[in-house]
Ligand binder design. Structure first.
Ligand code: IMP
Ligand code: MG
Length: 181
């Protein structure tokens, strides 16, 4: 599986160091929120699972975790086919402070969709955190409060990110060899 990687873009040590920095910034900001209003972290399945697992263990605040499923990359697609919510989140966010966590910001469709949903459900505040952001206009123009790394506009896998649902378990983030796709 490791042999299917073409190039490692961000290795596990850099990921860990950056996740720690993000967690301390987020944590500071959460402490500054008005006392009323619970904190809910909304994890976007499936790509964010590893990032969320590492991030939340560095957030000492009392918070709840909800998962929502958005599908924009069916099967072997490597470009978003338009974000759609699979099973609307049966979550109660009214009056709550929400932190959306996703693996990567690409077309921006996913974050835009989820933000709209959460506002419609009367969230008290909504912020978003992504580990990666692709350097393409649609991504750079999508509001996102916390960004781990800006990367070139290439398709990447590992640390939760998949191709055709494989490679999520790679500890580093990298590009795939053309033969593997
Ligand atoms: P967006 O809605 O186009 O911003 O895409 C966000 C979602 O697409 C992410 O949650 C990922 O699941 C997926 N995605 C975007 N780019 C990549 C990539 O390079 N590798 C793997 N998944 C990606
Ligand atoms: Mg995803």
């Amino acid at each position: 599986m490791q042999a299917d990687l073409d190039k490692i873009l961000i290795d596990r040590e850099r990921i860990a160091a950056r996740v720690a920095e993000l967690a301390s910034r987020i944590s500071r900001d959460l402490d500054e929120l008005p006392a009323e209003g619970e904190i809910v972290l909304v994890s976007i399945l499936t790509g964010s699972i590893i990032f969320v697992a590492d991030l939340i263990r560095q957030l000492p605040q009392k918070l709840r975790i909800e998962m929502v499923n958005v599908n924009s990359f069916p099967d072997k697609a490597t470009r978003s086919q338009g974000a759609s919510l699979i099973g609307p989140p049966a979550i109660d966010v009214a009056g709550k402070h929400v932190l959306i966590v996703d693996d990567i910001l690409d077309s921006g469709g996913t974050l835009t969709l989820i933000r709209k949903e959460l506002h419609e459900r009367n969230a008290r505040s909504v912020r978003a955190c992504v580990l990666l952001r692709k350097q393409r206009p649609s991504a750079m123009e999508t509001p996102c409060e916390y960004v781990g790394f800006d990367i070139p506009d290439v398709f990447v896998v590992g640390y939760g990110l998949d191709y055709n649902n494989y490679y999520r378990n790679l500890p580093d983030i990298g590009t795939l060899r053309p033969e593997a796709m």
